[in-house]
Design a protein around this ligand. Structure first.
Ligand code: BDR
Ligand code: CA
Length: 317
């Protein structure tokens, strides 16, 4: 099995990712760390504990991390995830507390205690990861790979060009992408494609299975993304797609490409993905700037990921 640490800002689709990850037999979730993003840190921690309880995974250690980005102000996404971060889903109170150590310390311990390198999966702004790399640079050898949901080679969502997780803490993303650790980007190009049909979500929500009801309710979350602000069903499995990528990368078109994080101006938070197959004026005239070379997912067999997601949760469509 693949040992992983999940860094989350739960979050409707982080919740779907957590449920999928703990149920997939090839994935071994060693720790879950929380960061402010979709909701406040306290809300993210509470949501994460409740979701793990609902999945029968209440023994996985959870720790709280950064309360806000490195430089940017804290800004939640309640227009997408609701005031509680879970789209109004009511789950039983948790009876447990997060670990008495920070997210950075839980990540460090988990990495150092593992007898094999661990994959770091970031489904949220990368504040915790940046702090880990700056605090304990010696852990780099213990990281197999970083897999992150974030960025885009095309359209943005937080701004016309920037994806939310990178936009929320661009400096953190620049630190992480610049670390030299092998990194895989699961950006909006693929994130926006993987959906579950509305009638399937509705059937799950009213099914006899507890897990089905939770997944159906999460998928049924409606967001104000249309031009007139009316609420729309998206059916996106979202961050859960980045977990699908861990176990079924063959469903993706992946290219190794130079990527940079813009830090200034309107483009702040944009990931520029260089898809040219020749050297342009920038390289010819020097001053190409800071580019990381990443594996970037550019296309996906969306139906295959949606099937994998539902079947792993025992909810085959
Ligand atoms: C990302 O931002 C959040 O809204 C989601 O949880 C996902 O991680 C998409 O841009
Ligand atoms: Ca997220």
């Amino acid at each position: 099995t693949l040992p992983v640490i999940l860094d989350v800002d739960t979050g409707v689709d982080d919740a779907l990712a957590l449920l999928f990850a703990v149920k997939h037999p090839a994935i071994d979730v060693r720790a879950v760390t929380c960061v402010a993003g979709n909701a406040s840190l306290a809300q993210v921690v509470d949501n994460t504990l409740r979701i793990l309880d609902a999945a029968g995974a209440g023994s996985i250690p959870v720790a709280a991390g950064a309360v806000r980005p490195l430089l940017a102000p804290g800004r939640v996404a309640s227009h997408v995830h609701g005031a509680d971060g879970l789209g109004g889903l009511t789950l039983p109170q948790t009876t447990r507390e997060p670990e008495p150590v920070s997210a950075v310390e839980l990540m460090r311990r988990t990495l150092m205690d593992s007898d094999e390198p661990v994959t770091l999966v970031a489904l949220a702004p990368q504040t915790n990861l940046a702090l880990l790399l700056r605090t304990h640079p010696d852990v780099v050898d213990r990281i197999e790979r970083i897999v992150f949901m974030g960025g885009s080679a095309s359209v943005g969502n937080a701004t016309a060009v920037a994806e939310f997780n990178v936009w929320h803490d661009p400096e953190a993303a620049a630190i992480v992408l610049g670390s030299g650790i092998p990194t895989f980007m699961y950006g909006l190009d693929v994130f926006n494609q993987v959906t579950v049909a509305q009638d399937t979500a509705a059937a799950l929500a009213s099914s006899g299975s507890n897990l089905g009801q939770v997944v159906g309710a999460l998928l049924g979350n409606r967001v104000a993304l249309s031009e007139d602000s009316s609420l729309v069903y998206t059916g996106l499995i979202g961050d859960a797609g980045a977990i699908c990528a861990l176990v079924d990368p063959e469903a993706l078109s992946i290219e190794r490409r130079p990527v940079r994080v813009e830090l200034a101006g309107y483009g702040r938070g944009q990931t520029v993905v260089d898809r040219r197959r020749y050297s342009g004026e920038d390289a010819i005239h020097g001053g190409v700037g800071d580019w990381a070379v990443l594996d970037v997912a550019l296309d996906v067999d969306a139906a295959r990921f949606a099937r994998l997601f539902l079947e792993t949760l025992g909810l085959g469509a």
